[in-house]
Design a protein around this ligand. Structure first.
Ligand code: NAD
Length: 479
């Protein structure tokens, strides 16, 4: 299978000579071939988007949301098919894939409310007989670049808001997982968007740079690793464009004395090992306070060793592979730096395969005892690896939570309301969970990463998405 672009209302083959293979992470079998779209093809896509823009921005918002209502219905009909495609190319379990498709659909639902969301403000009689209004207008052509780990959900963090606000929208999905977008654009083809309003280009960094540098592209949304998020943000803003760039993460959870160890450990095993740890909201550091370390470590070790690792398409699989063999090697390289002489590895998931899948990218759940300064406790691993740390009290735990470059999410498990209030107030992260394993914001809240986890000011989803994709115009009038 050759991966196609979607241009001016239909799928088209790129003329590019350079290609990349798309592989199933559980088998490394080649699923498809992805052409690296050329700069001149990207230019043609952007010009098509620009040509579609004037008519689309003049289309009443109540009409602009109608294709989104149809897209929602089509996504429900294709729910299983899309979920299976996510699992096939990304490796996560079918339950996890279904979860992300559901989260994506919720963004389509929220954007269907655009007639209300896009409303401005007004004042009558700012002076006698003079009125003042603020209205929101779209930007023009906008582009979104997405990572491998949520091939269905992350494009839908942006696409519904981008088009419902009246922009022409271009998606550049991860070259590692382009097949889900093929399914998604098959539905977009049926949903009734005018040609050129929603388009798809495939490729890698060169396509990203061609989009950023194109003078007709007005705004860039990006989700991926922190080094690339920084590059994209710097390049886009240097050209005077709007940018919202979500980066990597290293998310801590604090466990206070007196919590239900089994309940907290179950929630945390989901956060640490779900999607094989390849979530920007994955739990990667658990900080126990007081005497919680031993019972918590024991419960987590049981959950880690009993987690069934395998092909995500099999019903009994609880954790799939990591995305590529290179990713597995990178994670094992980080773990190789840990000196096991003093029992650092509570559970060691390296070097264990999966029966029947000799070529998959397998790493089993791993738990380490760490100190706050160790590289594995500070860097993003993006694999099923949990670091444990012991703090004397809540103050020390919050100091460690805040002594990180990232700021995507921080969670607290406690029975003490004052500790919860203190944590919520002081923790240096944009998404906070109290007695919740993964504090993932619903579609009607912004995805509020901070620090090295986010570059920009307006986040993805909800009202932030509407503000990002519109510019305000203030009108003062006297008649
Ligand atoms: P990545 O940064 O390698 O790639 C992301 C996108 O950027 C891809 O589409 C890729 O083609 C493009 N890209 C890669 N290198 C580039 C370059 N030099 N210049 C321009 N574009 C380039 O990320 P990934 O490995 O696909 O995804 C995993 C990362 O994404 C992790 O760090 C994870 O934490 C992060 N992530 C963050 C969030 C969030 O909400 N903050 C959500 C999901 C994933």
């Amino acid at each position: 299978m050759i991966v196609n672009n979607f241009v001016n209302g239909s799928f088209v083959a790129s003329q590019a000579e350079d290609t990349l293979p798309v592989r199933n992470p559980a088998t490394n079998e080649r699923l498809a071939t992805l052409p690296l779209t050329t700069a001149s093809e990207v230019d043609a896509v952007v010009r098509t988007a620009q040509a579609a823009y004037p008519e689309w921005r003049s289309t009443p918002v109540v009409d602009r949301v109608q294709p989104l209502f149809r897209l929602k219905a089509l996504l429900e009909e294709s729910f299983e098919d899309i979920s299976r495609t996510v699992t096939l190319e990304c490796g996560k379990t079918l339950a996890e894939a279904r979860g992300e498709v559901r989260r994506g659909i919720e963004n389509v639902e929220v954007a269907c409310g655009m007639p209300s969301l896009i409303q401005g403000w007004n004042n009558e009689d700012i002076a006698r007989g003079i009125d003042e209004h603020m209205i929101r207008q779209p930007l023009g052509v906008v582009a979104t670049i997405t990572p491998f780990n949520f091939p269905a959900m992350i494009p839908l963090w942006f696409l519904p808001y981008g088009v419902a606000t009246g922009n022409s929208f271009i998606l550049k999905p991860s070259e590692k997982v382009p097949l889900t977008s093929q399914k998604l654009f098959g539905l977009i083809e049926q949903a009734g968007f005018p040609s050129g309003v929603v388009q798809l280009v495939n490729g890698d960094a060169d396509v990203v740079n061609a989009l950023i540098d194109h003078p007709l592209v007005r705004a860039i949304s990006f989700v991926g690793s922190t080094p690339v998020a920084k590059l994209v943000y710097a390049r886009a803003t240097a050209k005077g464009k709007r940018a919202q760039c979500q980066g990597g993460a290293k998310n801590p959870v604090v466990i206070m004395p007196g919590v239900d160890v089994e309940g907290a450990a179950n929630a945390m095993a989901e956060s640490a090992f779900g999607c094989a740890g390849q979530r920007c909201l994955a739990l990667s550091t658990a900080i126990t306070v007081g005497d919680m370390h031993d019972p918590f470590a024991e419960a987590m070790a049981d959950l880690a060793t009993s987690r069934r690792v395998g092909n995500g398409l099999a019903d009994d699989t609880e954790m799939g592979p990591v995305i590529t063999d290179a990713s597995r090697q990178r994670i094992e390289g980080l773990l190789a730096q840990v000196d096991d002489g003093n029992g650092r590895f509570l559970v060691d998931g390296r070097g264990r395969g999966v029966d029947g899948y000799p070529d998959g990218n397998w790493i089993h759940p791993t738990i380490l005892n760490t100190d706050p300064g160790m590289p594995v406790a500070r860097e993003e691993i993006f694999g099923p690896v949990l670091s444990l740390m012991r703090a004397d009290d809540l103050d020390q735990a919050i100091d460690w939570v805040n002594d990180r470059a990232f700021g995507n999410m921080a969670c607290l498990f406690t029975r003490d309301g004052k500790a919860a209030r203190e944590f919520r107030h002081r923790a240096d992260a944009g998404n906070i969970g109290i007695n919740i394993g993964v504090a993932a914001p619903m579609a009607f809240f912004p995805f509020s990463g901070w620090n090295e986890s986010f570059f920009g000011d307006l986040h993805a989803q909800s009202r932030h998405g509407v503000e990002f994709y519109t510019q305000t115009k203030v009108v003062v009038e006297r008649w």
